[in-house]
Write a protein that binds this ligand. Sequence first.
Ligand SMILES: Nc1ncnc2c1ncn2[C@@H]1O[C@H](COP(=O)(O)OP(=O)(O)OP(=O)(O)O)[C@@H](O)[C@H]1O
Ligand SMILES: Nc1ncnc2c1ncn2[C@@H]1O[C@H](COP(=O)(O)OP(=O)(O)OP(=O)(O)O)[C@@H](O)[C@H]1O
Lengths: 216, 216
Amino acid sequence: AKQFLVVGAGRFGAAVATTLYELKHEVVVIDEDEEAIENIMDKVTHALIADATDEATLRKIGCSNFDAIIIAIGENFEANILATVAAKSLGAQHVISKAKDLLSARVLERIGADMVIRPEHDMGVRLAGQLSSPTVIDALEMGDGHEVIEVEISAKLCGRLAELRLPNRFGVQVITVSRNGEITVSPHADFVLQDGDMVLLVGHSEAIDKLRTYLA
Amino acid sequence: AKQFLVVGAGRFGAAVATTLYELKHEVVVIDEDEEAIENIMDKVTHALIADATDEATLRKIGCSNFDAIIIAIGENFEANILATVAAKSLGAQHVISKAKDLLSARVLERIGADMVIRPEHDMGVRLAGQLSSPTVIDALEMGDGHEVIEVEISAKLCGRLAELRLPNRFGVQVITVSRNGEITVSPHADFVLQDGDMVLLVGHSEAIDKLRTYLA
Ligand SMILES: Nc1ncnc2c1ncn2[C@@H]1O[C@H](COP(=O)(O)OP(=O)(O)OP(=O)(O)O)[C@@H](O)[C@H]1O
Ligand SMILES: Nc1ncnc2c1ncn2[C@@H]1O[C@H](COP(=O)(O)OP(=O)(O)OP(=O)(O)O)[C@@H](O)[C@H]1O
């Protein structure tokens, strides 16, 4: 189990804190609003009413003991900046800050936040990706330039794998096929893809893009 | 290319609209705020100043012509409800509504929204999942109860696949291994996993959970 500090128990901060606690980690939450602390105190390890911009408070809590610190303050940008700077200077390994817009995100990156999240914007981009190609249900980018996509088979991809020649035409390989709850890993060249099969394909990101365009 | 209507050009709505337009779809945006429309009009197909609760306006735009309608109004819950109801009654195929909290989400589901998103909450849950098991870099849930996870190999999973016996011990199979930019699909039983390899594993969701607990 790991230890996390969450600063700000708004909708985003509270969701991070309670989910980490459900996953059996130790979670400390601070917020200057009494009501926010009352709502969360039985769902995390510790919840304290405190001002995150007060360096003495952060020093007492011990920033360097946490695997990550999440600064989930939105509207009060000055408080977000001060808390992020204080956490980094007190030795926090990994600081993740929420930004309310692109400009704030740029400033937070420059002052040392290890990761910056814009919940509304990032969620909007993710939804657009899902709506854009419904045949591509989900995708997973691997760190090395390869990508895996989950595709629901329609007429364009029905038939024997040997005849579809996906590696030659696109540079992608089928790694699993799932039909009626049964999964086949590394299907043979004689396997016949049918309408409605859920298939995982892997390839270089450019190859996957070529396939996405063909399917759109 | 598909057609989308986005109601409300706040941070979430604007991100959905501009991303769909960049992916070459037709996007119409309406918002009652002139400044929001000015900021977005050169990044989408059409942007109109209008009140989304006015049924005559929605009838003129033609709700049933869109592949999906995204109602991205947050604070003004009454407007969100009225726009969602009007869109469904005018024949919209797929209505996605943003909710500002759990209670609003429940109401929107009951009045007919096909999908409800809480950007701050949903992003918080997603971040917690990523922080909880850093060895599990990403995951993809397949519709049929199977899941694929991307794991960075550490001491707990080093060694020959035949000796690790992952299918017997956890019910999971290695489908790809990526090392220094080279990807191996369906590795042989003699393949030796090394520290730092990026590996994709597939299995039933319960089996993947067992592995996640072992790795945490
Ligand atoms: N200096 C501070 N110290 C501690 N907590 C703070 C400080 N400033 C703001 N907060 C808290 O941070 C929380 C989140 O603030 P924010 O302005 O992002 O609200 P929000 O928009 O409701 O957040 P969300 O969009 O995640 O729901 C609030 O509960 C607020 O009390
Ligand atoms: N009846 C309406 N008709 C059209 N647009 C509306 C209506 N009511 C609100 N809006 C618009 O919806 C947009 C989003 O409203 P919301 O209250 O969610 O703002 P927000 O919190 O800034 O959104 P986000 O969190 O996505 O940035 C605003 O630009 C607002 O002008």
